[in-house]
Design a protein around this ligand. Sequence first.
Ligand code: NAD
Length: 251
Amino acid sequence: MNALFDLAGKAAVVTGASTGLGMGMTLGLASAGADILLVDHVQCEEAASRVRDMGRRASTLTVDLMKMSSVSAVLEKAILEFGKIDILINNAGIIRRAPALEFTEKDWDDVMLLNSKTAFFLAQAAARDMMSRKYGKIINIASLLAFQGGIIVPSYSASKGAIAQMTKALANEWAPHGIRVNAIAPGYMATNNTRALREDPVRSRAILDRIPAGRWGAPEDLQGAAIFLASAASDYVTGHILAVDGGWLAR
Ligand code: NAD
Protein backbone atom coordinates (compact mmCIF):
# COMPACT_ATOMS: atom_id res chain seq x y z
CA MET A 1 0.00 0.00 0.00
CA ASN A 2 1.43 3.37 -1.02
CA ALA A 3 1.58 5.53 2.14
CA LEU A 4 -0.40 8.27 0.40
CA PHE A 5 -3.44 6.00 0.26
CA ASP A 6 -2.91 4.15 3.55
CA LEU A 7 -5.90 4.40 5.93
CA ALA A 8 -4.50 2.19 8.71
CA GLY A 9 -5.57 3.53 12.11
CA LYS A 10 -8.27 5.77 10.61
CA ALA A 11 -11.84 5.60 11.84
CA ALA A 12 -14.54 6.01 9.18
CA VAL A 13 -18.30 6.42 9.39
CA VAL A 14 -20.25 5.37 6.30
CA THR A 15 -24.01 5.93 6.12
CA GLY A 16 -26.21 3.67 4.04
CA ALA A 17 -23.53 1.00 4.30
CA SER A 18 -25.75 -2.09 4.09
CA THR A 19 -25.86 -2.31 0.31
CA GLY A 20 -25.07 -0.61 -2.99
CA LEU A 21 -22.55 2.20 -3.21
CA GLY A 22 -22.24 2.54 0.58
CA MET A 23 -21.26 -1.09 0.95
CA GLY A 24 -18.87 -0.77 -1.99
CA MET A 25 -17.12 2.26 -0.47
CA THR A 26 -17.07 0.64 2.97
CA LEU A 27 -15.17 -2.34 1.56
CA GLY A 28 -12.87 0.01 -0.34
CA LEU A 29 -11.93 2.00 2.79
CA ALA A 30 -11.44 -1.22 4.76
CA SER A 31 -9.16 -2.61 2.04
CA ALA A 32 -7.00 0.50 2.52
CA GLY A 33 -6.84 -0.12 6.29
CA ALA A 34 -9.70 1.86 7.86
CA ASP A 35 -11.93 0.73 10.71
CA ILE A 36 -15.59 1.40 9.95
CA LEU A 37 -18.81 2.32 11.72
CA LEU A 38 -21.54 1.15 9.34
CA VAL A 39 -24.76 3.13 9.76
CA ASP A 40 -28.10 2.22 8.20
CA HIS A 41 -31.79 1.82 9.01
CA VAL A 42 -31.47 -1.86 8.17
CA GLN A 43 -28.92 -4.42 9.40
CA CYS A 44 -25.39 -4.06 7.99
CA GLU A 45 -24.06 -7.39 9.22
CA GLU A 46 -23.08 -8.76 5.82
CA ALA A 47 -20.95 -5.73 5.01
CA ALA A 48 -19.56 -5.60 8.57
CA SER A 49 -18.45 -9.22 8.49
CA ARG A 50 -16.70 -8.62 5.16
CA VAL A 51 -14.82 -5.70 6.81
CA ARG A 52 -13.80 -7.97 9.70
CA ASP A 53 -12.67 -10.65 7.22
CA MET A 54 -10.16 -8.06 5.99
CA GLY A 55 -8.77 -7.75 9.51
CA ARG A 56 -10.36 -4.36 10.26
CA ARG A 57 -12.68 -3.37 13.06
CA ALA A 58 -16.33 -2.97 12.13
CA SER A 59 -19.17 -1.70 14.25
CA THR A 60 -22.79 -1.23 13.20
CA LEU A 61 -25.51 1.21 14.16
CA THR A 62 -29.11 0.66 13.07
CA VAL A 63 -30.81 4.02 13.08
CA ASP A 64 -33.27 5.99 10.96
CA LEU A 65 -31.32 8.92 9.54
CA MET A 66 -34.61 10.72 8.83
CA LYS A 67 -34.80 11.38 12.57
CA MET A 68 -32.51 14.16 13.74
CA SER A 69 -31.77 12.28 16.97
CA SER A 70 -29.77 9.88 14.79
CA VAL A 71 -27.02 12.50 14.39
CA SER A 72 -25.95 12.41 18.04
CA ALA A 73 -26.41 8.62 18.07
CA VAL A 74 -23.90 8.27 15.22
CA LEU A 75 -21.38 10.56 16.90
CA GLU A 76 -21.69 8.81 20.27
CA LYS A 77 -21.31 5.36 18.74
CA ALA A 78 -18.23 6.38 16.74
CA ILE A 79 -16.58 7.90 19.80
CA LEU A 80 -17.47 4.88 21.92
CA GLU A 81 -16.05 2.42 19.37
CA PHE A 82 -13.07 4.29 17.94
CA GLY A 83 -12.62 7.42 20.07
CA LYS A 84 -12.80 9.67 16.99
CA ILE A 85 -14.06 10.22 13.45
CA ASP A 86 -11.38 10.71 10.79
CA ILE A 87 -13.57 10.08 7.74
CA LEU A 88 -17.30 10.59 7.16
CA ILE A 89 -19.04 9.37 4.03
CA ASN A 90 -22.52 10.85 3.74
CA ASN A 91 -23.91 8.22 1.40
CA ALA A 92 -27.43 7.28 2.59
CA GLY A 93 -29.96 8.63 0.14
CA ILE A 94 -33.37 8.04 -1.38
CA ILE A 95 -35.11 8.94 -4.61
CA ARG A 96 -38.82 9.43 -5.38
CA ARG A 97 -40.06 9.50 -8.95
CA ALA A 98 -43.15 11.44 -10.07
CA PRO A 99 -43.91 14.25 -12.51
CA ALA A 100 -43.53 17.70 -10.94
CA LEU A 101 -47.26 18.49 -11.31
CA GLU A 102 -48.16 15.44 -9.23
CA PHE A 103 -45.26 15.60 -6.77
CA THR A 104 -46.32 15.38 -3.12
CA GLU A 105 -45.08 17.37 -0.16
CA LYS A 106 -44.01 14.12 1.52
CA ASP A 107 -41.85 13.09 -1.43
CA TRP A 108 -40.26 16.53 -1.38
CA ASP A 109 -39.63 16.60 2.37
CA ASP A 110 -38.40 13.01 2.78
CA VAL A 111 -35.79 13.33 0.06
CA MET A 112 -34.57 16.75 1.15
CA LEU A 113 -34.40 15.59 4.76
CA LEU A 114 -32.28 12.49 4.25
CA ASN A 115 -30.23 13.56 1.24
CA SER A 116 -29.28 17.04 2.41
CA LYS A 117 -30.40 18.04 5.93
CA THR A 118 -29.15 14.93 7.73
CA ALA A 119 -25.96 15.03 5.68
CA PHE A 120 -25.31 18.60 6.82
CA PHE A 121 -25.81 17.86 10.51
CA LEU A 122 -23.71 14.69 10.34
CA ALA A 123 -20.93 16.74 8.73
CA GLN A 124 -21.30 19.33 11.50
CA ALA A 125 -21.07 16.65 14.22
CA ALA A 126 -18.06 14.99 12.59
CA ALA A 127 -16.29 18.31 12.02
CA ARG A 128 -16.63 19.26 15.69
CA ASP A 129 -14.67 16.10 16.52
CA MET A 130 -12.19 16.51 13.65
CA MET A 131 -11.38 20.10 14.70
CA SER A 132 -9.54 18.87 17.79
CA ARG A 133 -7.04 16.95 15.64
CA LYS A 134 -6.95 19.53 12.82
CA TYR A 135 -7.55 16.71 10.35
CA GLY A 136 -10.55 15.12 8.74
CA LYS A 137 -12.13 14.02 5.49
CA ILE A 138 -15.80 14.45 4.69
CA ILE A 139 -17.10 12.90 1.49
CA ASN A 140 -20.63 13.70 0.38
CA ILE A 141 -22.30 11.52 -2.22
CA ALA A 142 -23.84 13.82 -4.79
CA SER A 143 -25.03 12.75 -8.24
CA LEU A 144 -24.93 13.70 -11.90
CA LEU A 145 -28.18 15.44 -10.93
CA ALA A 146 -26.09 17.99 -9.04
CA PHE A 147 -25.25 19.19 -12.58
CA GLN A 148 -28.30 18.11 -14.58
CA GLY A 149 -32.03 18.28 -13.88
CA GLY A 150 -32.93 14.64 -14.38
CA ILE A 151 -36.36 13.38 -15.42
CA ILE A 152 -39.32 13.25 -12.96
CA VAL A 153 -37.09 13.40 -9.86
CA PRO A 154 -37.44 17.06 -8.79
CA SER A 155 -36.71 16.66 -5.07
CA TYR A 156 -33.78 14.35 -5.76
CA SER A 157 -32.18 16.83 -8.17
CA ALA A 158 -32.77 19.66 -5.68
CA SER A 159 -31.26 17.63 -2.83
CA LYS A 160 -28.17 16.73 -4.86
CA GLY A 161 -27.71 20.33 -5.99
CA ALA A 162 -27.91 21.27 -2.33
CA ILE A 163 -25.31 18.73 -1.24
CA ALA A 164 -22.92 19.86 -3.97
CA GLN A 165 -23.18 23.51 -2.90
CA MET A 166 -22.98 22.52 0.77
CA THR A 167 -19.76 20.66 -0.02
CA LYS A 168 -18.18 23.88 -1.29
CA ALA A 169 -19.56 26.00 1.55
CA LEU A 170 -18.19 23.65 4.22
CA ALA A 171 -14.89 23.23 2.38
CA ASN A 172 -14.34 27.01 2.48
CA GLU A 173 -15.16 27.27 6.14
CA TRP A 174 -13.26 24.24 7.41
CA ALA A 175 -10.13 24.19 5.21
CA PRO A 176 -8.20 26.30 7.76
CA HIS A 177 -8.95 23.58 10.33
CA GLY A 178 -7.51 20.75 8.21
CA ILE A 179 -10.91 19.34 7.30
CA ARG A 180 -11.37 18.58 3.61
CA VAL A 181 -14.90 18.39 2.29
CA ASN A 182 -15.39 16.87 -1.14
CA ALA A 183 -18.13 15.07 -3.02
CA ILE A 184 -18.37 12.17 -5.40
CA ALA A 185 -20.92 12.41 -8.20
CA PRO A 186 -21.59 8.83 -9.25
CA GLY A 187 -22.90 8.20 -12.73
CA TYR A 188 -25.57 5.60 -13.47
CA MET A 189 -24.73 2.73 -11.13
CA ALA A 190 -26.45 -0.65 -10.85
CA THR A 191 -27.99 -0.52 -7.34
CA ASN A 192 -31.48 -0.50 -5.78
CA ASN A 193 -31.60 3.25 -6.43
CA THR A 194 -31.69 2.70 -10.21
CA ARG A 195 -33.69 -0.55 -10.35
CA ALA A 196 -36.77 1.20 -11.82
CA LEU A 197 -34.65 2.76 -14.56
CA ARG A 198 -32.89 -0.47 -15.40
CA GLU A 199 -36.23 -2.31 -15.58
CA ASP A 200 -37.61 0.27 -18.05
CA PRO A 201 -36.30 -0.97 -21.43
CA VAL A 202 -36.60 2.44 -23.12
CA ARG A 203 -34.89 4.49 -20.37
CA SER A 204 -32.34 1.76 -19.74
CA ARG A 205 -31.29 1.68 -23.42
CA ALA A 206 -31.20 5.49 -23.66
CA ILE A 207 -28.96 5.73 -20.60
CA LEU A 208 -26.60 2.99 -21.71
CA ASP A 209 -26.28 4.49 -25.19
CA ARG A 210 -25.16 7.79 -23.64
CA ILE A 211 -22.44 6.37 -21.35
CA PRO A 212 -19.09 6.57 -23.17
CA ALA A 213 -17.72 3.65 -21.11
CA GLY A 214 -20.54 1.53 -22.54
CA ARG A 215 -21.71 0.04 -19.23
CA TRP A 216 -23.52 0.92 -16.02
CA GLY A 217 -21.24 1.50 -13.06
CA ALA A 218 -20.84 -0.95 -10.18
CA PRO A 219 -20.35 -0.17 -6.46
CA GLU A 220 -16.68 -1.20 -6.81
CA ASP A 221 -16.19 1.64 -9.30
CA LEU A 222 -16.40 4.17 -6.44
CA GLN A 223 -13.70 2.55 -4.32
CA GLY A 224 -10.73 4.34 -5.88
CA ALA A 225 -12.37 7.77 -5.58
CA ALA A 226 -13.43 7.10 -1.99
CA ILE A 227 -9.94 5.96 -0.94
CA PHE A 228 -8.39 8.96 -2.68
CA LEU A 229 -10.69 11.49 -1.01
CA ALA A 230 -10.35 9.77 2.38
CA SER A 231 -6.56 9.59 2.34
CA ALA A 232 -3.51 11.85 2.51
CA ALA A 233 -3.33 11.63 -1.30
CA SER A 234 -6.04 14.31 -1.43
CA ASP A 235 -4.82 16.57 1.37
CA TYR A 236 -4.73 19.62 -0.94
CA VAL A 237 -8.10 18.81 -2.53
CA THR A 238 -11.18 20.39 -1.01
CA GLY A 239 -14.51 21.65 -2.30
CA HIS A 240 -14.25 19.35 -5.32
CA ILE A 241 -17.03 17.30 -6.87
CA LEU A 242 -15.47 14.24 -8.48
CA ALA A 243 -17.60 12.62 -11.16
CA VAL A 244 -17.21 8.85 -11.41
CA ASP A 245 -19.51 8.39 -14.36
CA GLY A 246 -17.88 6.45 -17.20
CA GLY A 247 -17.60 9.75 -19.10
CA TRP A 248 -21.29 10.79 -18.95
CA LEU A 249 -20.63 14.47 -18.15
CA ALA A 250 -17.90 14.76 -20.76
CA ARG A 251 -20.31 13.85 -23.51
P1 NAD B 1 -29.36 2.10 -2.40
O1 NAD B 1 -30.82 2.38 -2.37
O2 NAD B 1 -28.88 0.76 -2.82
O3 NAD B 1 -28.68 2.46 -1.02
C1 NAD B 1 -29.14 3.49 -0.17
C2 NAD B 1 -28.71 3.18 1.25
O4 NAD B 1 -29.25 4.18 2.13
C3 NAD B 1 -29.23 1.83 1.71
O5 NAD B 1 -28.23 1.17 2.45
C4 NAD B 1 -30.41 2.22 2.57
O6 NAD B 1 -30.76 1.24 3.52
C5 NAD B 1 -29.91 3.51 3.19
N1 NAD B 1 -31.00 4.32 3.71
C6 NAD B 1 -32.14 4.68 3.07
N2 NAD B 1 -32.95 5.35 3.90
C7 NAD B 1 -32.32 5.44 5.10
C8 NAD B 1 -32.66 6.00 6.35
N3 NAD B 1 -33.83 6.63 6.55
N4 NAD B 1 -31.78 5.88 7.37
C9 NAD B 1 -30.60 5.23 7.19
N5 NAD B 1 -30.22 4.68 6.03
C10 NAD B 1 -31.07 4.78 4.98
O7 NAD B 1 -28.79 3.19 -3.42
P2 NAD B 1 -27.31 3.56 -3.85
O8 NAD B 1 -27.33 3.71 -5.32
O9 NAD B 1 -26.30 2.69 -3.23
O10 NAD B 1 -27.25 5.04 -3.26
C11 NAD B 1 -26.24 5.50 -2.39
C12 NAD B 1 -26.06 6.99 -2.62
O11 NAD B 1 -25.57 7.20 -3.94
C13 NAD B 1 -27.35 7.80 -2.50
O12 NAD B 1 -27.09 9.02 -1.87
C14 NAD B 1 -27.74 8.00 -3.95
O13 NAD B 1 -28.52 9.15 -4.12
C15 NAD B 1 -26.38 8.16 -4.57
N6 NAD B 1 -26.31 7.96 -6.02
C16 NAD B 1 -26.63 6.77 -6.58
C17 NAD B 1 -26.53 6.66 -7.95
C18 NAD B 1 -26.85 5.38 -8.67
O14 NAD B 1 -26.86 5.38 -9.91
N7 NAD B 1 -27.11 4.28 -8.00
C19 NAD B 1 -26.12 7.72 -8.73
C20 NAD B 1 -25.81 8.91 -8.11
C21 NAD B 1 -25.90 9.03 -6.75
